[in-house]
Write a new protein. Structure first.
Length: 319
């Protein structure tokens, strides 16, 4: 990664099941088999993993994992991770949640986040730490809970994820009528969290989408033979385009809003084989390959295997 001028955001835990996460730590702690939402249902899954923040043995196993990973030495470069500039930041987890309404559970969640951030910084004071949170939605729709977590001095910048479809702001059968509502809710959600970031002097973060913004279409163009070639409108840092971007026909104005608010980078996935990163109008537009077909072991043959398949995990291209 360092040879390619790239940096990684390394997340260490996960609320969700697809990388083990809370459920596996609970299983290893003897709290029962880890549930799979697609098999066991989302309500039973959420009820099960809600026990993580109050299960001391499960948290101890996780803290041991943090110590092992953060103190690790890169076997390729010989550099300790704490001294490796290829690491952009550590992230406590992907969308950490507590799934609790009780004050005891929420207090335990805040303590868990603060303890983890402090532990990471005690081992590696050279890199930033973020929570990985979706925002208030991932804090049981409590901005107060989100603020308590991110007032931690060891958390350097704030995250939010926005899921208009999952949060029922818009559905396929209400796309025309509810799209303005979804756009307004998105704007309000971003603004509320930006205000909190400003209050605590936290650095602004980056955006992730499943469906690429329409501006992704401006990086490559199909030639007369149907082969994708650089358009000349963007600086391509790495990678190729193998298929159409799959962008919406509707321009939501999100890219322009990013420019206005000083946004720096966009990641997109899943279900694609494109693997490039480019700078367009000062913003990094990036495909997250391991969030695409690689997850389902269905890589494009030209990107299958080899070091690049590993190097492109949660990438952030740097200038």
């Amino acid at each position: 990664m360092a040879e390619r001028g790239m940096k990684a955001v390394l997340y260490i835990n996960n609320t969700w099941e697809w990388s083990g996460g809370y459920g596996m730590y609970l299983e290893w702690a003897g709290a029962g088999k880890a549930l799979i939402p697609a098999i066991d249902g989302y309500v039973p899954f959420m009820n099960s993993v809600s026990r993580f923040v109050t299960n001391e043995k499960a948290k101890e196993l996780f803290y041991n994992h943090v110590k092992h990973v953060v103190s690790r030495t890169n076997t390729v470069t010989g550099k300790p991770y704490k001294d490796d500039p290829a690491i952009f930041s550590w992230q406590i987890g992907n969308e950490p949640r507590c799934f609790r309404s009780d004050s005891t559970g929420r207090a335990a969640f805040v303590d868990f986040m603060w303890t983890t951030a402090s532990l990471i910084k005690s081992i590696d004071p050279n890199h930033m730490v973020s929570s990985g949170s979706e925002g208030s939605w991932g804090c049981e729709n409590s901005m107060d809970l989100y603020e308590k977590i991110h007032s931690c001095p060891d958390i350097d910048y704030m995250n939010i994820h926005i899921w208009p479809y999952n949060w029922n702001w818009v559905r396929e059968n209400t796309l025309v009528t509810n799209l303005p509502v979804a756009i307004k809710n998105t704007d309000d959600y971003i603004d509320a969290h930006l205000a909190l970031a400003a209050k605590y002097g936290k650095a602004e973060s980056f955006l992730y989408f499943h469906i690429p913004l329409v501006e992704y279409n401006n990086v490559f163009r199909a030639d007369e033979n149907g082969r994708y070639v650089p358009s000349g409108e963007a600086e391509i840092l790495y990678g190729e385009q193998y298929e159409s971007t799959g962008s919406s026909c509707y321009n939501s104005g999100m890219f322009d809003a990013m420019l206005e608010k000083g946004g720096q980078a966009v990641f997109c996935g899943h279900d694609h084989v494109n693997d490039w990163c480019a700078i367009y109008k000062g913003v990094h537009l990036t495909y997250n390959l391991p969030g695409g077909y690689a997850v389902y072991r269905c890589r494009h043959p030209e990107t299958a295997g080899g070091p690049d398949a590993v190097h492109r995990l949660l990438l952030l291209a740097s200038d």
